[in-house]
Design a protein around this ligand. Structure first.
Ligand code: FES
Length: 117
């Protein structure tokens, strides 16, 4: 078993009141996906679709790749909006999902707790 020993900070999603640890060299979205969480809507994971749009309420991030102006305007960026698949945390972050939040997990897997007999 390989352990991920990278230092991590906590990322908190305001709407779901969920937190997850994220490394400083991975995007907020990949940190969430690595743990199988689903609080932020997931799309292309490459900055192209905009569904992972979030507003950083507390903390700060650094950009890992271009944030498309088609999804985040310069004015929105100045207000803290960004794409979760394009930024990594530089310290603990509290964010609010700003993209399409309605039923983002409807196609996810459901774990059943069946006991083999
Ligand atoms: S998941 Fe598509 S832009 Fe982030």
């Amino acid at each position: 078993m390989i352990f991920d020993t990278r230092p991590k900070v906590q990322v908190h999603i305001a709407q779901t009141n969920e937190s997850f640890p994220c490394a400083g060299d991975e995007s907020l979205l990949k940190g969430m996906l690595r743990l199988g969480r689903k609080g932020i809507p997931v799309g292309c994971v490459n900055g192209g679709c905009g569904v992972c749009k979030v507003k950083i309420l507390e903390g700060s991030t650094t950009t890992l790749g271009p944030v498309s102006r088609a999804h985040v305007s310069a004015e929105e960026e100045a207000q803290g909006y960004t794409l979760a698949c394009r930024v990594a945390p530089t310290c603990a972050v509290k964010l609010e999902v700003a993209g399409k939040f309605e039923k983002p997990f409807s196609r996810g897997f459901v774990q059943t707790n069946q006991i083999a007999t």
